[in-house]
Design a binder for this molecule. Structure first.
Ligand SMILES: NC(=O)c1ccc[n+]([C@@H]2O[C@H](COP(=O)([O-])OP(=O)(O)OC[C@H]3O[C@@H](n4cnc5c(N)ncnc54)[C@H](OP(=O)(O)O)[C@@H]3O)[C@@H](O)[C@H]2O)c1
Length: 308
């Protein structure tokens, strides 16, 4: 069997697809193994270590990147056990496996670990107080990873979107083709993060420190630069898409407050993440959210040129 030095948990998600494209672009796919839920189910906790042992017994895996998570924020409210298995217990077992093998572990967490009060960007040291089950399960995952003392990077990110799959960006373009008016939340503020940029910059960060001793294990906020609301994000999507997409019929975007929008999940209003710790540690430029959106737009309309 060929040597695998990078294992990516998750195969169909937004971030894992971005990692796949990144490694393909670097001509590096031969050394990388992507594991789907069928290959390794994070809820089947008793099988995780055995599966990794049997798949990689003859390999010297340098890094495991966990992109998998139960991200169905609304559904999770009524499936707490599944959420904690997938987002906390499973990642803890992955981290233990990495600790035992002296393998590095990269994991992604969320802005939802914070309560969302105020207007000041959250630092990694700010108090955590998740408002919903998703946030609580992701916070528990961070703690389980840290407990194992493996060499880890935990990136807290926010509002991931890409040109594929179901996310805010693709949903807006779909709705814009079927509705003339959209009501979009204007009081939740954060940074829309293009999955391609997140894969690139998290990998670049890891490359910078992978040979460092001691390894700078820890939690790092990592999302796009700049902030906006979902309303601001939607407005920019349509501003850029209108000249390119003749199928769009949406004429009015109305800002609404979270309390006017019916949802069984409480979400943080302030999802601003402070990026100084990441910048100081890795000395890398983080792209602005508008730059990510422009790139994503180019991908969408290059593959589906202006539809008449
Ligand atoms: N999306 C966001 O806005 C956001 C914001 C902050 C942080 N994050 C974090 O960033 C990371 C990447 O998010 P993403 O948006 O790329 O996620 P995503 O698109 O929702 O993909 C999640 C992936 O996890 C897999 N998965 C779910 N349950 C699993 C299980 N029990 N065992 C194995 N795999 C399982 C899914 O597989 P299937 O296709 O089989 O379901 C899918 O491949 C996650 O850690 C997420 O918590 C996301």
């Amino acid at each position: 069997m060929k040597n695998i030095d990078i294992v990516v948990i998750g195969q169909t998600g937004q971030l894992s697809c971005a990692y796949h494209d990144l490694f393909k672009h670097k001509n590096n796919l031969d050394n990388v193994c992507f594991l789907s839920r069928k290959d390794l189910d994070l809820t089947k906790t008793s099988e995780i270590a055995k599966t990794l042992d049997s798949l990689f017994c003859n390999c010297n895996v340098k890094v495991v990147i966990n992109t998998a998570a139960d991200t169905a924020v609304e559904d999770i409210e009524t499936h707490k056990d599944r959420a904690f298995q997938t987002n906390a217990v499973g990642p803890g077992i992955l981290a233990s496996w990495c600790a035992e093998k002296n393998t590095h572990f990269i994991h992604f967490s969320t802005d939802y670990v914070y309560c969302g009060d105020g207007k000041i960007p959250w630092k990694e040291t700010s108090e955590t107080a998740p408002l919903n089950v998703y946030g609580a399960s992701k916070l528990a995952g961070e703690n389980k990873i840290i407990e194992t003392a493996c060499k880890h990077l935990i990136f807290r990110t926010s509002w991931i979107y890409s040109s594929v799959g179901r996310n805010f960006f693709t949903t807006m373009l779909q709705l814009g083709e079927s509705k003339e008016e959209l009501k979009i939340i204007c009081d939740q503020i954060g940074a829309p993060t293009y999955a391609v940029h997140l894969a690139e910059i998290s990998w670049a960060a890891y490359q910078k420190i992978c040979n460092k001793n001691p390894f700078p294990s820890g939690i790092y906020n990592l999302c796009s630069n700049g902030f906006t609301s979902w309303y601001g994000f939607a407005s920019k999507i349509f501003e850029l898409a209108y000249p390119l997409d003749k199928k769009l019929i949406v004429k009015k975007i109305t800002p609404v407050k979270s309390i006017e929008h019916s949802s069984k999940v409480c979400r943080p209003l302030n999802s601003r993440l402070a990026l100084e710790k990441f910048q100081k540690t890795f000395n890398l430029d983080i792209p602005h959210w508008e730059a990510g959106l422009k790139e994503c737009m180019e991908i969408v309309y290059a593959s589906h040129p202006t539809q008449d």
